[in-house]
Design a protein around this ligand. Structure first.
Ligand code: 5GP
Ligand code: ZN
Length: 115
């Protein structure tokens, strides 16, 4: 299924749910996470509905490549200049809550991590 009408991120792609978009092209959308864990926290998603990494096949490799290349570009544009973390949660034991594949990109000063 390329679009799931019950999926919250497909609704964001369709403009049925508002989001603070930071990037969009034919394949990808990126927007600010509604509950940020870091000073800058964006989600990068494919427009194609893929529930999780568990659904990936070889044909999706270029799409994942595009997501990975976009992350540092967006972090730089959003003023993150001292490193960032990328996370993809997969399945219940991976802590996945939204079943539309997404990459978290989190940056900004995180003093609670320092010694
Ligand atoms: P997961 O645990 O599935 O990797 O993370 C899902 C993320 O999506 C969470 O960080 C959550 O805050 C974010 N999220 C869930 N619903 C919405 C929404 O409607 N809008 C936005 N911008 N983020 C959302
Ligand atoms: Zn979806």
């Amino acid at each position: 299924m390329s679009h799931d009408p019950n999926c919250i991120f497909c609704k964001i792609i369709a403009g049925q749910i508002p989001s603070k978009k930071v990037y969009e092209d034919a394949d990808l959308l990126a927007f600010h996470d509604i509950h940020p864990w870091a000073p800058v926290h964006v989600l990068i998603i494919p427009k194609l509905h893929l529930a999780s990494m568990a659904d990936l096949t070889d044909e999706h490799a270029p799409l994942l490549g595009k997501m990975s290349v976009l992350a540092p570009k967006l972090m730089k544009e959003l003023g993150v200049n001292n490193g960032f973390r990328t996370v993809v949660n997969t399945g219940p034991d991976g802590g996945q809550e939204v079943y539309h594949l997404h990459m978290h990109a989190m940056g900004g000063p995180r003093p609670w991590l320092k010694g």
